[in-house]
Design a protein around this ligand. Structure first.
Ligand SMILES: Nc1nc2c(c(=O)[nH]1)N[C@H]1C(S)=C(S)[C@@H](COP(=O)(O)O)O[C@H]1N2
Ligand SMILES: [Mo]
Length: 199
C-alpha cells in the first residue's frame, strides 16, 4: 500500500529547514559571556594543542594566520534559543592543526583565557566541522565575540564555540567543561534539542 504523508511534506516551520526545534531566527549578533572580555596581546598570543601524553603543539599568532585558512559560511544556534543564519568567518581548520598531532584521544577539552572550558568528542572537531576563527564578515573578530580568535564549531550549540581560545587538551577520558558541569548537556546537538542534562 502506498502511503503518502501529506502532513509531513506540507508543513514547513518558519525559517524553513534551517531552524532547529525550539529556536527562532535573529538578525542581531547577541553577546553572551560568563565573564569580562579579556584584552589579548597578539605578540604573546599562542594556541596550544596538548596530547594525552603531554606533548604540546603550539602556534603563535603569526604562525596561525600564515596557515591556509577557510571561509566557512555557517548557521549559529545558541541554547538561549536564537539562531543566526549565514554567518561568514575566516579560520584555520582543526583538521589542519591536528594533522600532525599523534594521539589516541577520543575527547577534547577546549580552554580559554579567563578559565572558560568546554568539552566535546574529538571527532566533532574533525572532518571540516571546526575552525580556529579570527575574522567575522570580513573584519578581524571583535573582542566581545571572542577576538582575536575563537573556536567555531557550529553544528553544536554555540557555548561549545569557546571565545578567546588558548588551547585544546586531547583526553582519553571525557571531562565536562564550564556549562557542562553546570547542568547543560554534555554534547549539545541543536537538532536533537540537547540543551540540558537528560535531554
Ligand atoms: N571564553 C568564553 N567562550 C564562550 C562563552 C564564555 O562565556 N566565555 N560563552 C559561550 C556561550 S554560552 C555562547 S552562546 C557563545 C556566545 O558567542 P557570542 O557572544 O559571540 O554570541 O559563546 C560561548 N563561548
Ligand atoms: Mo550560550
Amino acid at each position: 500500500m502506498a502511503v503518502i504523508s501529506r502532513g509531513f511534506h506540507g508543513r514547513r516551520r518558519a525559517g524553513g529547514d534551517k531552524l532547529p526545534p525550539g529556536q527562532y531566527e535573529t538578525r542581531d549578533f547577541p553577546v553572551l559571556s560568563a565573564g569580562p572580555t579579556p584584552r589579548i596581546d597578539l605578540d604573546s598570543w599562542t594556541f596550544t594543542v596538548t596530547t594525552e601524553a603531554g606533548a604540546a603543539h603550539a602556534w603563535s599568532w603569526r604562525e596561525m594566520t600564515a596557515l591556509p585558512s577557510e571561509q566557512p559560511v555557517v548557521d549559529l544556534h545558541c541554547v538561549t534559543k536564537w539562531s543566526k543564519f549565514g554567518t561568514r568567518w575566516r579560520g584555520v581548520s582543526l583538521d589542519l592543526l591536528l594533522a600532525d598531532v599523534e594521539s589516541a584521544a577520543e575527547f577534547a577539552l577546549v580552554r580559554s583565557r579567563g578559565g572558560y572550558t568546554t568539552n566535546l568528542p574529538l571527532e566533532d572537531l574533525l572532518d571540516g566541522k571546526a575552525w580556529i576563527a579570527f575574522e567575522y564578515e570580513g573584519e578581524e573578530l571583535a573582542p566581545q565575540h571572542g577576538g582575536p580568535a575563537r573556536l567555531l564549531v557550529p553544528h553544536l550549540y554555540l557555548w561549545k564555540s569557546a571565545k578567546w581560545v588558548e588551547g585544546i587538551d586531547l583526553l582519553l577520558d571525557d571531562e565536562p567543561g564550564f556549562w557542562e558541569t553546570a547542568g547543560y548537556n554534555n554534547y549539545g546537538d541543536p537538532w536533537r534539542e540537547q540543551r540540558y542534562q537528560g535531554d
